[in-house]
Design a protein around this ligand. Structure first.
Ligand code: A3P
Length: 325
């Protein structure tokens, strides 16, 4: 009799044979992409994603950070953690000084469920309350209990041109480490344009959360990277209200909002020792999550014809949605 885990593995193997397959921006064993529920996912992370979908039971008090990769996940994790739990640690011993944002707010499908289809969630989420965790899963693929409960979702997206440039730089470093030949910007752009990269396509992911947030704004807060860059204080106040922990007058007077913005800034996080060394459980060096953090960096990379094609695609995908970049 096969063990339960072996059964799951066999089921996944069978499932993979039925799914469209392509190579994304990263290669290597287990990294080929499969189109599952309308989105590309590597074989390695398909099983944990399914475990998350089927095993996880949300609480009404839960908070989930949902993002598309390279849209500001690391930043939003740091900010949400700092706002939500600010009364649970002393101001001068902020956990971000000793842990990376990804260790404090763990990904479900890339971490919590990575090697365990039934993790002990009580134990994993025993330190801070309410539970706070993260995902790159699209809205349609979320565990039912997340959608049906009062669990709050904070989503962040970003101008797709900057997101693509960020992704190309990020995956370029990963290819370097695995001694894969570099992928030219042209080749990467072609895959991006067709939506073939981990968690892609971008537009469908963003629109899934955008529409859900329009229908239920008390459940899903939809943020943009560019808005946070432009006016972090008012975005943080807004986020705190959404999370049910608004900044008091006294906190505002004592600069707590600015303090959080500062400790979570790219400049500060880059200098924290733990973010300069070591690896995320996925094998990605912590340092690779921090690069330039600029709005409009795409103009240093994309050719006029790439910009023209992407502009057209953005219009095609987003016209009539009310969402603009
Ligand atoms: P760039 O590659 O454009 O610099 P994610 O966290 O979703 O992987 O997104 C990574 C992008 O967010 C990278 O963008 C990274 O530099 C930027 N980033 C990481 N931490 C940040 C922070 N604290 N503030 C602003 N941007 C941040």
């Amino acid at each position: 009799i096969a063990s339960p885990i072996k059964d799951v593995d066999d089921e996944i193997q069978q499932l993979l044979q039925t799914l469209p397959k392509e190579e994304g921006l990263i290669s290597g064993s287990g990294m080929s992409l499969y189109l599952y529920q309308g989105f590309w996912r590597s074989a390695r992370y398909l099983k944990p994603a399914i475990s998350f979908q089927t095993h996880f039971q949300a609480f009404d008090s839960d908070v989930m950070v949902a993002t598309f990769p390279k849209c500001g996940t690391t930043w939003l994790k740091a900010l949400t953690f700092s706002i939500l739990y600010r009364s649970q640690f002393a101001r001068d011993v902020h956990p971000l000084l000793n842990f990376t944002p990804h260790q404090l707010v763990r990904f479900m499908e890339f971490d919590v469920y990575l090697n365990n289809p039934c993790p002990d969630l009580d134990n994993i989420f025993c330190v801070y309350k309410p539970r706070l965790f993260a995902t790159h899963l699209p809205h349609a693929s979320l565990p039912t209990s997340i959608k049906n409960s009062k669990c709050k979702i904070v989503y962040i997206c970003r101008n797709p041109m900057d997101m693509f440039v960020s992704l190309w730089n990020f995956t370029g470093k990963l290819r370097d480490k695995t001694q894969d030949p570099p992928l030219s910007l042209d080749e990467a752009f072609d895959k991006f344009y067709r939506g073939v990269y981990s968690a892609g396509p971008f537009f469908e992911h963003v629109l899934g959360y955008w529409k859900a947030s329009q229908e239920n704004p008390n459940k899903i807060l939809f943020l943009k990277y560019e808005d946070l860059k432009e006016d972090i204080s008012s975005q943080l106040k807004h986020l705190a209200i959404f999370l049910g922990v608004p900044f008091t007058e006294d906190e505002q007077k004592h600069g707590v909002v600015e303090e959080i913005a500062n400790i979570c800034s790219l400049k500060e996080l880059k200098e924290v020792e733990v973010n300069k060394k070591g690896f995320h459980v996925t094998g990605i060096p912590h340092t690779d999550f921090f690069r330039k953090g600029e709005v409009g960096d795409w103009s240093n990379y994309l050719t006029p014809s790439m910009v023209e094609r992407l502009d057209k695609l953005i219009h095609e995908k987003l016209d009539n949605s009310g969402l603009t970049f």
